[in-house]
Ligand binder design. Structure first.
Ligand SMILES: *Cc1c(COP(=O)(O)O)cnc(C)c1O
Length: 354
């Protein structure tokens, strides 16, 4: 694929790495590629970062035709830059596109887009400890009329934002509220896709939880409100009586790449780690009888995020004395070690940028 690169004449001053906030500052450029039915993807280009013109009737604005991905470029100790399992993000984006009737990307072209873009923005990958360049590929449907149907025009973008350490004050366990009213996704719906609509539907519960001092909600399945699904923008794992459990991918859960990597690390080291249905009753029993040993969320932003307290139906349960557990810490050390190039990548998960 040919990518036309037009470099900006006005490069920005790079932000101070110690004050970076998530997704606030953006790099000098962005990647754009258009899709037209019958023609396929065309006009791959990298241009100056800036506003995008949109027709007021654009499908994305009215019918939520939008999907996205999130991954990071990491600065290694030797100064080189690497990505973590980028093909997993590309495949997941195609799975989201398929569900949302958006056009699929050619996997190799999408990888070329990512690597070419990161190579151009390499100087934006910060080198302070635990900082990275967050990459946000996204796709919108943008037919310019109000008819409802599978889109004939779409655009794929990649933007990037330097991000600071998720844990500026050390890893502090978070308080999570189990949500029993709103649901995020249902079987047969879009729960397994990374689409903006899932976030729109889940904001209200998150906001209510925050008002009560909780950082995120833990979702139950949308049909019976019986089985544990995931936390806000993270998957969730528990250590119950020696067994590590994460909810099985039933279609309403986002198949996280951090989740998958945690499972692969744990299994390679002989842990008893299982994907299965986990009911909220089983979890609360484990809280009450003291067999819940650890709980943590996992996702690209925080890598792993220990859970120190769970609240359900007005009752509060402390997990592991409110401290980070051994397995949680081990996963954090292993994954961040591989991502930032401080530990040997024996799984072959990283991809160096030229
Ligand atoms: C992105 C996301 C995750 C985590 O996926 P990773 O690939 O590990 O970053 C989990 N849940 C939801 C709802 C998400 O959007």
């Amino acid at each position: 694929m040919e990518i036309k690169v037009t470099k900006t004449q006005n490069p920005k001053v790079k932000p101070d790495p110690s004050t970076l906030q998530f997704g606030v500052e953006f790099t000098d450029h962005m990647f754009i590629m258009d899709y037209t039915a019958g023609e396929g993807w065309h006009d791959a280009r990298i241009v100056e970062f800036g506003r995008i013109p949109m027709h007021p009737a654009s499908t994305a604005l009215h019918y939520g035709a939008e999907i996205f991905e999130g991954l990071k470029a990491y600065r290694r100790p030797d100064g080189e830059v690497q990505l973590f399992r980028p093909m997993e993000n590309i495949r997941r984006m195609n799975s989201s596109a398929d569900r949302m009737c958006l056009p699929l990307l050619d996997e190799n072209d999408a990888l070329q887009a990512l690597t070419t873009f990161v190579e151009l923005e390499k100087d934006w990958v910060p080198s302070a400890p635990a900082t990275s360049l967050y990459l946000r590929p996204f796709m919108i449907g943008n037919d310019e009329h109000l008819g409802v149907h599978a889109v004939k025009h779409a655009t794929f973008y990649i933007i990037a934002s330097p991000v600071g350490s998720y844990y500026k004050e050390g890893i502090n366990p978070v308080k999570i509220m189990i949500e029993s009213d709103d649901v995020r996704a249902v079987r047969g719906g879009t729960g397994y896709t990374k689409c903006g609509g899932n976030y729109a539907a889940s904001t209200r519960a998150g906001q209510r939880a925050e008002e009560q001092g909780y950082s995120q909600v833990l979702w139950l399945d949308g049909v019976e409100r019986k089985y544990i699904e995931e936390v806000g923008a993270m998957n969730v794992m528990f250590k119950i009586n020696g067994e590590i459990v994460t909810p099985a991918l039933t279609g309403s859960i986002l198949p996280g790449i951090t989740r998958k990597s945690c499972l692969e690390v744990l299994k390679s080291e002989g842990y008893n780690a299982n994907e299965r249905l986990l009911s909220v009753d089983e979890l609360i029993d484990a809280c009450e009888n003291g067999t819940l040993e650890e709980a943590w969320g996992c996702g690209t932003a925080a890598v792993v995020s220990p859970i120190g307290e769970l609240a359900y139906k007005g009752k509060k349960y402390t997990v592991n004395g409110g401290k980070i557990g051994e397995v949680t810490q081990h996963l954090y050390d292993t994954l961040t070690g591989i991502q930032w190039g401080n530990k040997e990548d024996k799984f072959g998960w990283t991809l160096r940028i030229k």
